[in-house]
Design a protein around this ligand. Structure first.
Ligand SMILES: [Ca+2]
Ligand SMILES: [Ca+2]
Ligand SMILES: [Ca+2]
Length: 1016
């Protein structure tokens, strides 16, 4: 059962209450820092942070919020809910805008627009008992750890218990096999009764091809077939043009229901404010230009901006034609900014805008409703960005030709979907009486607007008491018509093709996925809760946030559906993809940063693949380029891109202007504002980029440039300490008279050492004196991490709430020693998980483990499933990319260092005396060509390392391992599979550095062992 860790004592809570209730104390709040310096972490709490612990299991109401993304990278977004049912189904290439974040941090159950299910059938003489695998089964428990979801079901009145394991293949370093539009279901049924039981599994799937366009299609059929192929049974759902009917009646004249040209709304009924008293005459104040409407008038609810709500409802009319057509624009929020067709007061058709002020034709096929009485309802229930709707020219028509939709084969939601049973279907015919609404037909074609699910079932098998049986299903889809195409469409021809591939390669795909899960979660000594947290964000790659285009380009939003362009400054924080699937990040560098987004003339890296400059993103691009080089098997990436990498760094050097290592000019950045004057947010990224540039220049034999980078770096490091160090942390040098807005001045910015964290990630060492770095990080902890954000946020309200009162969080910026800047850096009172991981990863590198783990656990607490989906860390939208920073915490805990082209691998496990400890440490690692498990054990006179390759190949030339301070090595032995390997070693700065005489290539299953002996 889930544990709730109490960390804030009752006494502290009482203190906060006293502050907020006492007006005198409130006046003091202006001068008093509202975040306690002493976090008062209980001994018990800290101990639990470090405990290995167990896999979490969730049940009851916790299941409601859980939505674990289970699909391939860039193939859409499909959730496995806590009860094992599916939700979201965003696999149809629609633009889903999850919002700018203001409303995302709320408690809800992900909804499900497509019908699918698994049912356990138990045959009892001539009776069949069916029990669906969902929250109504009885006792349901979820214990998923990304990428594998596990749901267990049992019930006192059912003779079988069930365990369902669900995943899409996920194999680090094998991006293609981790980007399959498919899910595997393993349903293991165990007889828990005292007698033999006859049972099987029924599975069904709705045909959702053309899910979004169905209501606008004419003469289109859905087709559902059950076919037997390769010993498997497949439900194949497609759509196709209907045969042209011979006798088509001539179209009747159209009827204009409304053109909104009159002085008022006539006999339409208006509620609330958004619609005003009469149609709009075009664009409203402060609105982008509205176009595409007919005549002079239209419905436009931007009246008074996006805030107001309202409805506009037509009188009843008869549906007397086959179509209703209309012009629509405005917000794209389904159900919130929309037009509905009501019959008997129920919504039977609905459409929303597309976040676009240009009205466009859309239509509904309403043939099935002809002769019925209906009403049109236009709804504005939204505030905030795109919280309005534009409508004009509503007509009843027999002719849908003017709508530019199709041809069918080009629609975004055209394609195929299958449910495949990995065995023959044998009993569906005999069981079809069971569930009346399901289709068991071998071949059925029906109007595209009809909803129909098709079912197949396994053989009914006999299970003796305690006997188990596993049934395997594959759900796969193929919707290739994305604007930029899908990488997966290069490899497959349809959903059946995908599902067969998964089963043809089942042993490898499922085996490697489970091997990664075992290596990462089960064989590690790190705390299980922490592993869960740090790996959960990786699921963002398999959500609407990320796309993998047909041309091989990896492209991403910041969060699901907004803001576009693989934003350099947001992705500055993300380390997971680069370490797990380096080819994706290399593609983003080559095809975007040094490709489409690169300005050859200046070296500018457009931060959204455009021509716009972001100072942090520009410097970060250099760091990413170096990281991608380190994660490559050879130097070809660096060779190909070096001229542009250098040019991009020269662009930042030009911003510096005088080679003193400080950038003083206007610096647009990830807070969506510009910093003015030198600061260590951009400055530390700049210095780290100079160090990365120096290393890359050396590798490229460009000694002059390496020397120049070094010189600028050294000057910048020295001047930063001279000018920006305030004794406790680094500040920004800015003239607040001249720049009163958006600056932080003497504030304490959580991200102030961003570049130093990066430098550690890449093995570039200190960019500022270590004592200053450690002190500054301690100050970030002291001043910005609130065990409860409530008291601070009560006085300083955030623009968006990503942490509620009572919850812990690291605030973006505070002013503990100077006047609070009420117009200071944007988002200053917010809590972003990406910054928290960035800071925590850096803290680990500086030995501040307790603080780092407390910050990560704060995220874990905020994303407890009773409140929020633990797999969806929110910022500006769902599944926010910045959260992929979590991997930096993981690599820091391992003290991981890797240089693929040089064949270097090193570890310096961080730890304290208990829990996480370098004395006995084991963790998964990924390298350029392979991954596996690293372990280290310290004994009285030896330190033993083991590197086991579990996937791929590992090229090794040099190794490095941290040893304790008093450690004096007297000998090092290296063996592979017990065979001695010739090597030499030296002790340098607390590390034993080993050079192998010849480069080694370890393959899957091979183990390298190192024993370092010391004097007693
Ligand atoms: Ca009009
Ligand atoms: Ca509105
Ligand atoms: Ca300068």
């Amino acid at each position: 059962m889930r544990k709730i860790w109490i960390m804030v004592t009752g006494f502290l809570v009482w203190t906060f209450l006293a502050v907020s209730q006492n007006t005198a104390a409130q006046a003091d709040a202006k001068t008093e820092h509202l975040i306690p310096a002493d976090k008062d972490l209980s001994k018990d709490f800290v101990q639990r942070l470090f405990e290995r612990g167990k896999r979490e299991t969730y049940a009851g109401l916790d299941l409601e919020t859980i939505g674990m993304p289970v699909c391939g990278i860039g193939t859409g977004q499909l959730y496995l809910r806590g009860d094992g049912t599916l939700a979201l189904w965003q696999i149809f290439n629609q633009h889903v805008f999850s919002g700018y974040g203001a409303d995302n941090y709320r408690t809800y159950r992900p909804d499900c627009p497509v019908d699918s299910a698994f049912v356990v059938l138990v045959q009892d003489e001539d009776r069949i008992i069916a029990r669906q695998l969902n929250r109504d089964f009885g006792t349901v428990e979820f214990s998923g750890e990304y990428p594998i979801g596990v749901v267990r079901y049992r019930s006192d009145d059912f003779p079988a218990k069930v365990e369902m394991e669900v995943f899409s293949p996920f194999i680090p370093l094998n991006a293609k096999d981790s980007a399959l539009p498919a899910m595997l279901f393993h349903i293991t049924v165990e007889n828990v009764s005292a007698e033999s039981v006859h049972l099987g599994i029924l599975g069904w799937l709705e045909n959702a091809v053309c899910l979004h366009s169905a209501e606008s299609l004419d003469n289109v059929l859905r087709r559902s077939r059950i076919v037997a192929e390769k010993g498997r049974t497949v439900i194949v759902h497609t759509a196709e043009k209907a045969p042209i009917s011979q006798e088509t009646a001539p179209p009747r004249p159209k009827i204009v229901l409304a053109d909104f040209e009159g002085p008022g709304y006539g006999n339409w009924k208006v509620t609330d404010e958004a619609f005003g008293k009469a149609p709009a005459a075009g664009t409203l104040p402060n609105q982008q230009q509205v176009t595409g409407f007919l005549g002079k008038g239209l419905v436009n609810t931007y009246l008074g901006g996006d805030d107001p709500h309202g409805t506009l409802t037509s009188p009843a009319f008869e549906v007397s034609r086959k179509f209703i057509t209309f012009l629509i624009g405005g917000g794209g929020q389904a159900g919130q900014t929309c037009i509905n067709l009501l019959i008997d007061g129920k919504v039977v058709r609905t459409a929303a805008g597309k976040n676009n002020e240009k009205l466009q034709w859309q239509f509904w096929n309403v043939a099935e409703f002809q002769g019925k009485s209906a009403q049109i309802e236009i709804v504005d229930r939204a505030s905030g960005g795109w919280g309005h709707i534009n409508i004009d020219q509503i007509e009843l028509s027999d002719d849908a030709q003017k709508v530019p939709i199709g041809p069918l084969e080009t629609l975004p939601d055209y394609g195929s979907m299958v449910l495949m049973l990995a065995e023959k279907d044998s009993s569906s015919k005999t069981n079809q009486w069971l569930i009346g609404s399901l289709s068991f037909e071998d071949d059925a074609a029906y109007p595209v607007t009809e909803k129909k699910s098709t079912a197949i079932s396994t053989t009914i098998v006999d299970l003796a008491p305690a006997e188990k049986r596993t049934f395997i299903f594959v759900l796969a889809w193929f919707f290739p018509n994305h604007e930029h195409g899908h990488e997966y469409a290069n490899r497959f021809n349809g959903a059946s093709d995908v599902a067969h591939y998964v089963l043809d390669n089942y042993a490898r795909l499922a085996g490697d996925t489970r091997k990664w899960h075992k290596t990462f979660y089960e064989d590690s000594t790190l705390p299980r809760w922490l592993l869960f947290r740090l790996h959960s964000t990786v699921c963002n790659l398999a959500t609407g946030t990320c796309q993998w285009w047909k041309d091989g380009r990896f492209w991403a939003w910041e969060g699901v559906g907004c803001c576009e362009g693989t934003c350099t400054h947001v992705w500055n924080y993300a380390h997971a993809a680069a370490r797990l699937f380096p080819e994706l990040e290399r593609a983003a560098r080559e095809m975007q940063d040094f490709g489409q987004g690169f300005d050859e003339k200046t070296g500018l890296v457009g931060f959204r693949s455009n021509r716009a400059y972001a100072a942090d993103g520009q410097c970060g691009t250099i760091l990413k380029a170096y990281r991608e080089h380190l994660m490559s098997a050879d130097s070809s990436f660096l060779q190909r891109n070096w001229p542009r990498i250098k040019k991009a760094l020269l662009f930042s050097i030009a911003q510096d202007g005088n080679d003193d290592g400080l950038i003083e000019n206007s610096q647009h950045n990830t807070y969506d504002i510009n910093f003015e004057g030198p600061n260590t947010f951009v400055g530390s990224l700049y210095l780290a980029a100079l160090r990365a540039g120096e290393e890359m220049a050396k590798e490229m034999g460009d000694q002059d440039f390496a020397r120049r980078c070094r010189k600028i770096f050294e000057s910048g490091s020295r001047l930063t300490v001279e000018r920006l160090w305030d004794g406790e942390y680094f500040i920004q040098l800015v003239d607040l008279q001249k720049y009163p807005k958006d600056q932080y001045g003497k504030g304490c910015l959580s991200d102030q050492l961003f570049g130093q964290g990066w430098a550690h990630q890449l093995g570039l060492g200190y960019i500022y004196p270590p004592q200053h770095v450690k002190k500054a990080l301690q100050s970030v902890w002291k001043y910005n991490w609130a065990p409860d954000v409530g008291p601070y946020n009560a006085v300083h309200k955030p623009e968006r709430w990503f942490a509620r009162p009572g919850e812990p969080g690291l605030l973006t910026c505070t002013w503990p020693k100077s006047q609070y800047l009420a117009e200071g850096v944007r988002y200053r009172e917010e809590v972003w998980t990406g910054i928290e991981y960035q800071v925590a990863g850096h803290m680990v590198a500086e030995g501040m483990l307790t603080e780092a783990l407390a910050i990560c656990h704060g995220i874990q607490q905020r994303y407890e499933p009773a409140k929020h989906n633990p797999f969806n860390e929110i910022e500006c939208g769902d599944h926010y990319a910045r959260a992929l920073a979590s991997w930096g915490v993981y690599t820091a805990l391992c003290g991981y260092e890797h240089n693929g082209p040089k064949g270097h691998l090193g570890f310096a496990p961080r730890g304290l005396a208990t829990g996480i400890t370098p004395e006995n440490f084991q963790a998964a690692f990924t390298a350029a060509g392979g991954w596996g498990s690293f372990s280290q054990k310290r004994q009285a006179d030896t330190q033993a390392e083991q590197i086991e390759v579990r996937w791929g190949r590992l090229n090794l030339k040099t190794l490095a391992f941290a040893v304790p301070q008093d450690f004096r090595p007297v000998g090092v032995s290296v063996t592979v599979q017990g065979q001695a390997v010739e090597s030499s070693y030296q002790l340098r700065e607390g590390r034993v550095e080993i050079t192998l005489k010849k480069e080694l290539v370890l393959s899957e299953g091979q183990v390298l062992q190192v024993v370092i002996r010391k004097t007693r």
